[in-house]
Design a protein around this ligand. Structure first.
Ligand SMILES: Cc1cc2nc3c(=O)[nH]c(=O)nc-3n(C[C@H](O)[C@H](O)[C@H](O)COP(=O)(O)OP(=O)(O)OC[C@H]3O[C@@H](n4cnc5c(N)ncnc54)[C@H](O)[C@@H]3O)c2cc1C
Length: 442
């Protein structure tokens, strides 16, 4: 086989395989084949990101006569998994920017306001503009809140200047992060990478950024006069929640000379002085000078959910204010007409687009069951996936379930080995697959 034939064969295998988002590319709407349920129910979907739009598109196909309302003020749709590619100089920012309107299905009403408060007892919500909207069924798909405010001195608007970087804050921040990384790699120096404790969306992204800053320094010929220091608030020897992946990453970092600091939480930054302050669990503070700082904010539920009766009241998900859903059916544990999808869910794992891909059919089917007066028929296993960028041209494709068991779906990709195929998936195939999920085509 020549190079081109082998590339084409790999691409065919990737698209035909089952790995997370990639399996979605090119697939046909399954909901369209099923019989439509006749109903006059009013379904409100709070949030029109990946999860909200995937459910809206599925319901529009599955229901006949339903009234479906989307509530979200955001008009731009962002392909967030592409942020790491933008932030490391591999993609132009335009590739992560689309308009939401092109994905909202015909016949669905879009209220272009944020939800300010939920009242699940009265089955209503109130928008930021004071509009009260009642519902028969509610899908909560608001994503999560990036809590930069917990880091004293942090200014999202300053990302890109004075060596300050953060891939999470949006397309602009991802682009500005590359500007900071690009300037840094030319001279080299001290790179300080951070990771808070608690649930994160794409918990692999802070690790990807660390691998990629190392790669960028090596390619620029400045790695030898630089240091890459990783600080995490997590306990000793922990950078990722799945042990096999965690150990593989630490082993690689040892080989690359990445320094690790555990129980070290970013609490403050002096942007002008380029100084980060870290705190130990005992409150002991250490100041660390940097030339490049990558900030990963703590994350929690959006205020409207956190401050409502929909949030967990006790247990491990209560502090973050996450939505209290049953982890298998993704139905609310106390309000049976409420379902959750995506990052907002208070479940053991699963804050990735790949999670939405695998759970959207479950949520849509269980919601249709509820509308029809049946018990939920589908169960979700917590599927989470993340192509962990290791360097330009190489990645590890990590897939796992609620229990942290590795669940590789492509036989030719060993999850703990670096591969060009996993890189190709991230670089080329995941965006079309993501769009297929948005349109409810899988
Ligand atoms: C840097 C980065 C890298 C990532 N890499 C990957 C990856 O490689 N692979 C992968 O699978 N996933 C990745 N992800 C994660 C993935 O993008 C998210 O898990 C996914 O977008 C979650 O979908 P969602 O619908 O829950 O939330 P979102 O897509 O974030 O949508 C939430 C929506 O809710 C809206 N909203 C918020 N508050 C309210 C409110 N009060 N009222 C109404 N609407 C509201 C928002 O405006 C937004 O439109 C990455 C994310 C980031 C940031």
């Amino acid at each position: 086989m020549n190079g081109n034939q082998s590339w084409r064969a790999s691409r065919r295998r990737l698209l035909a395989g089952g790995a997370g988002l990639a399996a979605a590319a090119g697939m046909r709407p399954s909901a369209a084949r099923a019989a439509r349920l006749a109903t006059s129910a009013h379904i409100v979907i709070a949030g029109s990101g990946l999860g909200g739009l995937a459910i809206a598109n599925r319901l529009a196909r599955s229901l006949d006569g339903a009234r479906i309302t989307l509530v979200d003020a955001k008009k731009e749709h962002n392909y967030q998994p592409g942020y790491t590619l933008v932030a490391t100089g591999l993609w132009p920012v335009a590739k992560v920017r689309d308009t939401n309107a092109e994905f909202v299905p015909a016949g669905v009403e879009w209220v272009q306001e944020a939800v300010a408060a939920f009242d699940p007892v009265a089955k209503t919500l109130e928008t930021a503009g004071g509009r009260r909207i009642g519902y028969d069924f509610l899908v909560v798909a608001t994503g999560l809140h990036l809590d930069y405010a917990q880091i004293e001195g942090m200014d999202v608007a300053a990302i890109g200047r004075d060596g300050l970087a953060s891939v999470y804050a949006g397309p602009q921040a991802a682009q500005a992060t590359w500007a900071a990384m690009d300037a840094f790699r030319r001279e080299g120096g001290e790179a300080v990478m951070t990771l808070p404790a608690g649930a994160l969306k794409c918990a692999g992204a802070p690790l990807k950024m660390t691998f990629m800053v190392d790669d960028r320094l090596r390619r620029a010929g400045t790695r030898e006069r630089s240091a890459v220091r990783f600080h995490t608030a997590l306990p000793t020897d922990t950078v990722f929640g799945v042990k096999a992946v965690n150990d593989a990453v630490l082993e690689r970092w040892k080989g690359l000379g990445v320094e690790t600091n555990f129980l070290s939480k970013l609490v403050a930054v002096d942007i002008g002085a380029r100084r980060a302050t870290f705190a130990s669990p005992e409150g002991e503070r250490t100041q660390v000078p940097y030339d490049f700082l990558h900030v990963v904010p703590p994350m929690r539920a959006v205020d409207a959910v956190k401050n409502s009766d929909l949030a967990w009241k006790d247990g491990p998900f209560a502090a973050g204010g996450w939505l209290e859903v049953d982890k298998a059916t993704l139905r609310h544990r106390r309000f049976p007409e409420v379902f959750g999808i995506g990052d907002i869910n208070g479940t053991p794992r699963g804050k990735t687009a790949a999670t939405v891909k695998k759970s959207a059919p479950v949520v849509a089917a269980n919601l249709v069951d509820a509308i029809a007066g049946r018990e939920p028929s589908q169960q979700f296993d917590g599927y989470t996936s993340c192509p962990l960028l290791l360097r330009e041209g190489s990645a590890m494709l990590i897939e796992f379930d609620y229990e942290g068991r590795l669940t590789p779906s492509l036989p030719m990709i060993d999850p703990l080995q670096e591969s060009w195929a996993a890189w190709l998936m991230k670089y080329r195939l995941l965006k079309p697959a993501y769009v297929a999920v948005l349109r409810g085509n899988v």
